[in-house]
Every structure is written in C-alpha cells, then in structure tokens.
Ligand binder design. Sequence first.
Ligand code: UDP
Length: 194
Amino acid sequence: HDYVNILGVPFINTSFAEMESILTNHIDKQEKTFVVTANPEIVMYAKENKDYQKIIQSAHYVVPDGNGILLAANMLKKPITERVTGFDLTMALLEEGNKKGWHVYLLGGREQVNKRAAENIAKDYPGINLVGRHNGYFDWADGKVAEEVASLAPDIVLVALGFPRQEEWITTNYHRFSKGLFIGVGGTIDIISG
Ligand code: UDP
C-alpha cells in the first residue's frame, strides 16, 4: 500500500471502498486487526506524546479522519485519495456485518448513550449479533471488562472511550484476543445513540 507520513503518523492512502474491503477481508479471515481513525487533533497529540505515537504506529492501519489530514497531505505534495472517517467506516462495517451475521461488542460512552446506541444497532442492523456492551466509565486496572469482552470473541470491538484512551485500551488488552477488528470510534457512539 501507499502511505503518507504526517508528523510521524503513517496514513494509508486508499479510497474508502478499498479500505472497507481490506477490513472486511480481515474480519472474514478472522485476522486480528487494529485500526486508528486519526484526525489532526490526534496527530498533534501524538507528536507531543511519544507513548501515544508508538501506539498509533503499532496499528495495522491509520486512516485519515477529516479534511485537515487531506490538507496536510496536499501541503506535503503527497495527496491522499479521500477521507476515511471513523463514522463512515463504522456504518459501512455495520452494513456488512448485518449481511454476514458478525458478532459486535460496543464499548464506551455514558451508560444511556451506550444503551441507546446498542438498541439502535439492534433495530437498524438485525442481522448483527450484538454480543455485549459496556459503558466507557469503568476501572480498567483489573482487566475485568476486557476479559469479559475477550470471552465473547467478537468480530468487531467498537471502542468509544475518546482518544487517547480508546487506543490505549486496545493496545493494553489486544493480547487477550485471538481475532477481531479493534477500532477507536470516538464520538461515533454518540451519533448512533441519536
Ligand atoms: N468516553 C468514555 N469514557 C471516558 C471518556 C470518554 O466512554 O473515560 C466517551 C464519551 O462519553 C463519548 C466518547 O467517549 O461518548 C467520545 O468522547 P470525546 O468526545 O471526549 O472524545 P473524542 O471524540 O475527542 O475522541
């Protein structure tokens, strides 16, 4: 693949459709995958926080979430095809999962937001098997929630803990899983909750 490095963050340069198909393929093959949807705020934060930068760099794919990333790429004379936002990617994956009966876990957001988002996913994507959900306000130190999520072996774990927490949670707990697509989806859960 073609990559564009913006301040230490390696963005994959694909069309949205291509990215969707790459991720669908990993899920179908049950290949564990970590995706970061990075906006300019994340790039700037990673520049100042080397631990977070390493986490971002450890992802299989960093996708350009927002026009600011495309503008930066243009300035570097390495144009990026198009935006691949966390929201659009989440919607596309839910559509695909609806057809294929994927198992999805919804982690993050305030309790009411998480609950309503889960209800909306169940209603709008009846083919999806929503295997579990948990709000994003819990103590991770004991690893209990992560253990619970891992025991359900989801195909997709949507992690909405806000950045940098969502990416930290994913890397901290990644070893517990043998498959699944892990993606930090920030405020997407708030949108889905309506
Ligand atoms: N969030 C959470 N736990 C936290 C902090 C945030 O579940 O400890 C949730 C928050 O309720 C919201 C989502 O993460 O639903 C995105 O939060 P925010 O807008 O702060 O993050 P960003 O969009 O900047 O990544």
